[in-house]
Design a protein around this ligand. Structure first.
Ligand code: CP3
Length: 333
């Protein structure tokens, strides 16, 4: 996830001499940092995720985004009139070609060792960055939009969905073997507002990606949705979301999550990443309990082991190795 690289000294070394978006835009560098954890934890990881960021989509739509050290938009969308500042149409094959090139090159670099995940941000999460101009604790500006200008908000959300569809289709064509959508701020919406604003744009992405790839005769890779904090929406998303896998954070018990989604989707998650600060015993205990919760006989659709959010910068690389070893040990049966 967004902070995932920073616990690795080899990542910090690359970043010492290259700006964040420079790494995203340079396929050699993006491949290098994508491969770093795969190399360090040989045989322990089952997939890699392309190095990029969800904010490349607002950039492709014509917005300026800096990373210093968090995201900053010098010219955010203050009112619906500002929508006219966005590019009227976005050619992702031009604007985001660097991501596609990084994916194709990284697939070659991985040489079949593990599959490569492509991703994008969900419209509601991207909308909130584009309107707030960066991170926020209150969501005051983005909620003002939703409640004062609901129709304009929905239009903008669907306009972002259109770009996400083309972006994910392009990533699949470039070689991505799974596609994940990150709705990091899904949990900021009430269940009603989630269905009203976030869900339609998430459905537009899953159905758009499926139909566009099918029209070109390209197999559709598994689609993963991580709607952080929106565990209330698990039954709805399993039923109507159009995704094969739902990611979950640590605020729901695996047994309960499986009960809510039935056998409709696979689950991905969900250890609290902060357990990685608790030392080897805490990590082992928690992994054991997580594996027991996601046990195979609780559902036929399977489980992808993951953390419930990104790895934070202070995590000890050997504690992370221990986490991975425990996962292999306790998930075997
Ligand atoms: O795991 C990976 O390294 C894969 C690449 C990846 C990044 N960002 C690189 C990154 C992925 C999958 C993301 C997704 C992302 N980006 C999300 C969704 C997942 C989540 O974390 O909720 C979001 C919300 C963003 C936006 C973003 N990017 C923020 C808010 C920040 C600042 C984080 C902070 O705490 O300061 C980033 C920066 C970012 N993206 C970093 C990395 C490795 C760290 C910045 C750096 O290297 O200086």
């Amino acid at each position: 996830m967004r902070q995932a690289g920073r616990y690795l000294p080899e990542f910090r070394e690359v970043r010492a001499s290259h700006e964040f978006f420079e790494v995203c835009r340079t396929p050699d560098l993006a491949m290098e940092v994508t491969l770093q954890p795969i190399r360090r934890y040989t045989g322990l990881l089952d997939a890699s995720i392309i190095f990029s960021d969800i904010l490349v989509v607002p950039q492709a739509m014509g917005m300026e985004v800096e990373m210093n050290p968090g995201p900053h938009f010098p010219d955010p969308l203050n009112t619906p009139d500002d929508i006219s500042k966005l590019s009227p149409s976005v050619d992702v094959n031009k604007e985001l070609k660097y991501v596609f090139d990084a994916i194709t090159q990284t697939r070659k670099g991985l040489n079949g060792e593990v599959p490569l995940i492509g991703f994008c941000g969900a419209p509601w999460t991207l909308f909130s960055y584009m309107v707030e101009g960066g991170g926020t604790k209150t969501f005051q500006k983005s909620k003002t939009w939703l409640f004062k200008y609901p129709e304009e908000s929905k239009k903008l959300l669907l306009r972002i969905s259109d770009v996400c569809v083309d972006f994910l289709v392009g990533q699949a064509k470039a070689g991505a073997q799974l596609l994940q959508v990150f709705d990091s701020w899904a949990g900021e919406l009430s269940p009603y507002d989630f269905s009203e604003f976030a869900l339609p744009s998430l459905q537009a992405i899953s159905s758009g990606v499926r139909s566009k790839l099918a029209a070109e005769g390209i197999p559709v890779p598994p689609l993963i949705l991580f709607a952080k904090g929106a565990n209330h929406a698990l039954p709805l998303l399993a039923e109507q979301g159009g995704y094969d896998v739902l990611g979950i954070d640590w605020c729901i018990d695996p047994v309960e999550a499986r009960r809510l989604v039935g056998d409709k989707v696979a689950l991905q998650g969900n250890m609290d990443p902060n357990v990685l600060y608790g030392g080897k015993d805490a990590i082992e205990r928690t992994v054991k309990r997580m594996c027991e919760g996601f046990r195979k006989d609780r559902g036929t659709k399977g489980w992808i082991c993951n953390l419930g959010h990104g790895i934070t910068p202070g995590v000890d690389t050997e504690d992370l190795r221990w986490f991975l070893e425990c996962v292999h040990k306790y998930s075997r049966n």
